[in-house]
Design a protein around this ligand. Structure first.
Ligand code: HEM
Length: 534
């Protein structure tokens, strides 16, 4: 008898305990498909180390919009092009905020301020977003073209020189990285990397590499399961505190250099400088540090696009870009005109869009992004941030989806990977096809072409700049050289951006190195003369 009572009490206690520790930050959303999960961990195991691929598979069974439980967090996953448009664009004012995550927000950023891309919507975020938008609008970007001119010339010249004029196959990763790194450092702080052996750069490389792992949304179970946050268990906390301190040191250092240059009148135009000088911006120092946005996605797109261009299929694309350049600039001044002309060649614009849709649907916007670019300088390998699940959002108002009310305060994950490969929206989505963005295709012209830059009220603030960097790099590469596959098949790249990632749970992709062949075009020396003479 006693045994039965004690068994009953124990089971009842266990039942309520599991229910208690499995409760979620926001309640179950009635009527919205839910993926059944385990006590405590919820759906963490099902989503595994590739949330994008696994959510895409789950969407086949549960529909494009479903809810999951990640530890004690309830998340709504949105997986198709149309459903993303519904939430992110049609209801953009409702999805204007962002959630906070334990490791990043309470440990890593406590003294540096949240970056724009990780800030919930409030007055400070509004001010910073406005400042970034001013520093990154079309006219501002045109004023930075001198930097893009210099860095693209250096990268292309270096590629040709180090391939011994095309005699040996070459890994383009560090050249693309150097292009994007120096562009971003100069744009953000007016600071250029002089020596690759600099201690400051080594420190940034190391710290930012660790930070990128700490920030991953699928890597930190303590963000979802509160009990894992207990200090004596969590090495992550100690690590986050230590790296926050080290990061503070160099962020303050770079900002101090810039402030000194401004005081001396020796600064050159740069984004953080513009923000400091803009009386309208009224940002505190912590806010200024958090404005700096990084560009790790630019090299990711560049590297993978070069891999594609060098492939057998890419030959046709190179040919067309070359022909369009000759037709548009018959006087032989294409090299300088792609920088100075704001009107762009439609086929190359379509190519850039397709690269963004097809190759990398990712981003990680903050000062820390510069880390990836710096990493590339020091590494024979390429790194790029792969977050096919776009930066998360939190709703500030109810949104209705197919008759179901998704209440305000809900956290949303956009599966940009699934949406950009949605066969309901794109014909033949797994085929690389720039023509899909040219007339008579329905995707030409207005409307969101892809979700590489996110969408709606918190869409990427740096998209004009990124588009210009990619446009200049592609046109100039085709002007200076012809790309071909590496002679040795084992040197050739893996073209799938997810499959090539060695560490799927990390914020950054670390793909296997690959090589391409280069055939410099006649007259290339004149174009990149400065570099070759260096
Ligand atoms: C190919 C390059 C790039 C890609 C693919 C990319 C992608 C993205 C994505 C997906 C978001 C989140 C948008 C959303 O939630 O809807 C974002 C946000 C952001 N990006 Fe980028 N980005 C790129 C380059 C840049 C550059 C060059 C800058 C600035 C120099 C930048 C600055 C930002 C900022 C400040 C945000 C935060 C916006 C906010 O939360 O209000 N990005 N980016």
């Amino acid at each position: 008898m006693y045994t039965t009572i004690w068994t009953f009490v124990f089971l009842a206690f266990a039942f309520y305990l599991i229910r208690y520790i499995s409760r979620t930050d926001t309640p179950f959303i009635k009527g919205l498909p839910a993926v059944p999960g385990l006590p405590v961990v919820g759906n963490l195991f099902q989503l595994g180390d590739s949330h994008a691929l696994n959510a895409q598979t789950l969407a086949k069974k549960h529909g494009p919009v479903f809810q999951v439980r990640l530890g004690n967090k309830r998340i709504v996953f949105v997986n198709s092009f149309a459903s993303v448009r519904h939430f992110w664009i049609t209801h953009q004012s409702a999805l204007i905020s962002r959630p906070t995550l334990f490791t990043f927000h309470s440990k890593l950023s406590s003294t540096q301020g949240f970056t724009i891309g990780t800030s919930p919507w409030d007055e400070s975020c509004k001010r910073r977003r406005k400042a970034a938008a001013t520093a990154l609008n079309k006219p501002a970007v045109q004023s930075y073209m001198g930097i893009i001119d210099e860095e693209s010339t250096a990268a292309i010249g270096g590629l040709i020189r180090d391939s011994k004029g095309g005699e040996v196959d070459i890994d383009p990763g560090s050249y693309c990285g150097r292009y994007a790194l120096n562009t971003s450092l100069e744009l953000a702080y007016g600071y250029r990397v002089e020596s690759l052996q600099s201690e400051l750069l080594k420190e940034i490389v190391h710290v930012e590499r660790v930070v990128s792992n700490i920030r991953s949304t699928s890597n930190n179970w303590q963000d979802y399961i509160p009990i894992l946050r207990l200090a004596f268990w969590s090495d992550r906390n100690k690590e986050a505190n230590e790296y926050r301190r080290r990061r503070d040191v160099y962020m303050t250092h770079l900002l101090d250099i810039l402030k000194q240059k401004i005081a001396d009148g020796t600064d050159q135009p740069c984004i953080v400088g513009n923000v400091i000088k803009d009386p309208e911006a009224k940002l505190s120092e912590v806010e200024i540090k958090s404005v700096s946005a990084g560009l790790d996605t630019v090299p990711g797109n560049l590297v993978m696009a070069l891999a594609y261009l060098a492939s057998a299929q890419g030959q046709v694309v190179q040919e067309r870009i070359w022909n369009e350049l000759q037709r548009t600039y018959p006087d032989g001044d294409a090299w300088s005109r792609v920088i100075s002309d704001s009107a762009e060649i439609p086929y190359v614009v379509a190519f850039v869009k397709e690269v963004l849709r097809y190759v990398v649907r990712i981003h990680e916007p903050d000062w820390g992004e510069i880390r990836m670019l710096i990493l590339m300088l020091f590494s024979r390998r390429r790194f790029w941030s792969v977050i096919p699940i776009c930066l998360p959002r939190t709703s500030v108002a109810d949104v209705v989806w197919e008759g179901v009310t998704v209440p305000k305060g809900t956290t949303f994950y956009m599966n940009a990977y699934a949406a950009d490969y949605d066969s309901e929206h794109f014909d033949d989505p797994y085929t690389f096809l720039p023509e899909r963005y040219l007339p008579p295709s329905s995707h030409a012209g207005v409307g969101t072409p892809h979700y590489a830059y996110g969408a709606g009220s918190r869409m990427c603030a740096g998209s004009h700049l990124a588009n210009r960097e990619l446009y200049v790099a592609f046109t100039r590469i085709v002007l200076a050289m012809h790309l071909v596959e590496a002679a040795n098949p084992s040197d050739r790249p893996i073209m799938d951006a997810l499959k090539c990632n060695l560490y799927p749970t990390s914020l950054t992709t670390d793909p296997k190195p690959f090589k391409i062949g280069i055939k410099p075009r006649g007259g290339w020396e004149k174009l990149v003369k400065r570099v070759v003479l260096e």
